[in-house]
Design a protein around this ligand. Structure first.
Ligand code: FAD
Ligand code: SF4
Length: 484
């Protein structure tokens, strides 16, 4: 009989999922990774050491998914049991399977990682839910006793949807408001469809609606409905409006024609791909036939680069001020971008936007950098090399330096306070970690943490729902005691 140690030493190498050829995927927005077949799932699952209760993968997953057990059920073909188990801790496992940075979370900590390569946990997670949904599996809420309470949720991103999911599974009516015409938040409008097919969210909308969750779309709180009205008409409110203020490059000529902000560019492109009417405040921009430079080295920068490639840009360059090892973006996405023809220029820092005679972008002046001492985040600080100026010619420049909290003046009517960065303040002097300065109002996701991850937004939404239910139970118990 093989011991865990034998299995570790003899484990066959990790096998990644098949990808569409780069030459093909440059021309469309379809998902590039091919789904695992049952035999691939089985082979991948066979590699797992079943590290049991202390499995690193489980504890580094922010949702603490029961990963070893899920892998075992998947390799045995027990998909219905696997999908039920998966939904005990996650609200959209098929989304996490596609977009979580597994290399930094569960897979990064897998016992096999430094040996023969981690188990392909993300692919197995995606396989379980995709297979179950295809076979007609839907959550069974027939045993759930409906309650009289109603909770309003602002934002249909992963935080808001996860909160609604847990509330619905406990019989509480959840009504989700979003200013967009579709659910998903950045899952739908930020993350491009070559990473996350939009049909995934369409299926989730059908599932959530079937669970009794109500969506009020094309509705902006603070404009179409006041925040105070929501507070008045509901037993509790969960706020998850994300972060939408782009960081600027602070460069001369940043408002010139041809300079684009990353997120509006991606959102308008996704609306176009999904055949949703153009938003006049954020029109669709095509970079076909253009030379494009993207400033930044995170995942949003990778999404912009790969979107520009698919739009038919003639040259697409990523300009990043540190070296490749210090790039914040996922290694997997950098590799995919390279395969699709993106050129990477490291250790360069933008200095000035160069304009043509018509006042539009003609290029960007760069300076070379070298890496100095560590900054607070543990990455080495880039230092400019004087006199090293050079120009990269470009017709379009996309600034992808990240996001911070946008102004939400409507929060004041609900006595919900923000911190000095404009992020919603939670947990101070309150019973529940997700409670804001108004005890009936909870908050989570990027609006609280700053720009982060899908999975952490889901954690916040699920935790807030549990806390709201606890709060409602306590109130009910008090009312019953007072009446008796
Ligand atoms: P959001 O997803 O931003 O959802 C907030 C929702 O609230 C939006 O739909 C918005 O329309 C709505 N809203 C805001 N204000 C109002 C209002 N007043 N009234 C009504 N509705 C309102 N994370 C990963 O884990 N993996 C990735 O690969 C990844 N790629 C990314 C790519 C891009 C381009 C970007 C920008 C982010 C990416 N992220 C990724 C980060 C991830 O998408 C976010 O961390 C996550 O979506 C945050 O979830 P949320 O629910 O807090 O907010
Ligand atoms: Fe399996 Fe890796 Fe998790 Fe261990 S850490 S249970 S080997 S997936």
């Amino acid at each position: 009989r093989q011991t865990g140690r034998d299995k570790l030493l003899l484990s066959p190498k990790r096998s990644d999922p098949d990808k569409l050829p780069a030459d093909e995927r440059r021309h469309h927005f379809q998902e590039i990774y091919q789904p695992f077949k049952p035999e691939q799932t089985c082979q991948a699952g066979e590699r797992c050491l079943e590290c049991a209760d202390h499995a690193n993968c489980r504890w580094t997953c922010p949702l603490h998914n029961a990963i070893p057990e899920l892998i075992r059920l998947a390799k045995q073909g027990r998909i219905n049991e696997a999908v039920e188990l998966s939904h005990l801790t996650s609200s959209m496992p098929e989304v996490c399977g596609r977009v979580c940075p597994q290399d930094r979370l569960c897979e990064g900590s897998c016992t096999l990682e430094s040996n023969s390569g981690s188990v392909t946990i993300g692919c197995i997670e995606k396989y379980i839910t995709d297979t179950a949904l295809k076979a007609g599996w839907r959550p069974d809420l027939s045993g759930v006793r409906p309650r009289s309470e109603r909770v309003a949720i602002i934002g249909a991103g992963p935080a808001g949807l996860a909160c609604a999911d847990v509330l619905a599974r406990h019989g509480v009516k959840a009504v989700v408001y979003d200013r967009h015409p579709e659910i998903g938040g950045l899952l739908t409008f930020g993350i491009p469809s070559f990473k996350l097919d939009k049909h995934v969210l369409a299926t989730r909308r059908e599932i959530f609606t079937g669970m009794g969750i109500e969506f009020v779309l094309n509705c902006e709180i603070g404009r179409d409905i006041s925040f105070s009205q929501l507070i008045k008409e509901n037993d509790a409110v969960f706020i998850a409006p994300g972060t939408y203020q782009s960081m600027i490059a602070e460069l001369e000529n940043e408002n010139a024609t041809g300079v684009l902000e990353a997120l509006p560019y991606l959102i308008a492109n996704t609306r176009n791909v999904m055949n949703i009417a153009e938003d006049p405040e954020n029109p669709f921009v095509t970079l076909k036939g253009k030379r494009v430079v993207v400033l930044g080295g995170g995942d949003t920068a990778m999404d912009c680069l790969r979107t520009a490639v698919r739009q038919g840009a003639t040259a697409v360059t990523c300009a990043y001020r540190r070296d490749e090892a210090n790039m914040p973006g996922s290694r997997k996405e950098v590799k995919n971008a390279r395969e699709e023809g993106v050129e990477f220029q490291f250790n360069i820092q933008p200095q000035r936007i160069v304009l043509n005679k018509k006042g539009a972008v003609a290029g960007i002046e760069m300076l070379l950098t070298e890496l100095g001492e560590m900054d607070a985040s543990g990455r080495r600080r880039p230092k400019i090399i004087k006199g090293s100026e050079f120009i990269i010619e470009a017709d379009a420049l996309i600034v992808a330096f990240g996001f911070q909290a946008h102004a939400m003046p409507w929060l004041k009517e609900g006595h919900v306070e923000c911190d000095k960065w404009g992020q919603i303040r939670i947990g101070s002097n309150s019973r529940y970690p997700g409670q804001t300065t108004n005890p009936r109002v909870f908050a989570g996701g990027d609006a609280v943490r700053g720009a982060d991850l899908v999975v952490t937004a889901m954690v916040d939404g699920r935790r807030a729902a549990t806390d709201i239910i606890d709060m409602l139970d306590c109130e009910q118990a008090k009312a019953t005691k007072a009446a008796s």
